[in-house]
Design a protein around this ligand. Sequence first.
Ligand SMILES: [Zn+2]
Length: 263
Amino acid sequence: MSTNRILLGKVIIAGQLECLTGLHVGASKDNMEIGAIDSPVVRDPITREPYIPGSSLKGKFRALLEKALGINDRRDIGTKNNPVKVHVCDDDNKAFNCNLCRIFGSTGKDGGKNFPARLIIRDLKLTTDSREKLSDIDTGLQYTEWKFENAIDRVTSAANPRQIERVPKGAEFEFELIYNVEESSHIEDDLKNIKLAIELLKLDALGGHGSRGYGKVDIKLNPISAITIEHLKYGTAEKKVDCPSFDDVSNITALFKGGKQQG
Ligand SMILES: [Zn+2]
């Protein structure tokens, strides 16, 4: 059944992500100039603005939800020297029935088919307001600050000082998730799990150095909208709804059930 996927519509979950503490989503140092900060943040190569890659947010959501849902069968996707164990279903039929893989996708194993993710997570760009505020920041860096961290060797007392670049507290990013509706009976559970991932993130940390206070975020959501594929094709007005919040998604489940409420 999952090999024959059809698109019933889209659910748009958008809002703003605010940094309540400094945020460090790290970039590779490979293309940094000598003398630059030790641990830079990832930036758009054209505008030079810091952003949060959708892949970073997806990895965090997936890891938090895997633990919260108590999913314990994990596959090693790392290398010999760096084993990385995560849950990934072995084929598309298993993924279709898996609360985690059908949201975030899975790659098949031993001939099993891949299951592309239902959830699309956009890269998070600074809001217009934050871009303006941060453009005048007086730190010597563009849009960011740096924080000095010092690790002391417990035996020799030698210091290992380094500077870590952060997006400052108060910065806001545009947040957007698109959930592809493919199976109406899954909508309620999938949205419940996406909501759980967002709530868990607020109580965890995004990016690096979370155990030292970095990466505390708040996410404020706009009303959630749902659009049927018929609306996208023919523009019929009644095929689109807004849901004030995640707490009641009955509008959305009803939309994809031809007006009939579940249960
Ligand atoms: Zn799975």
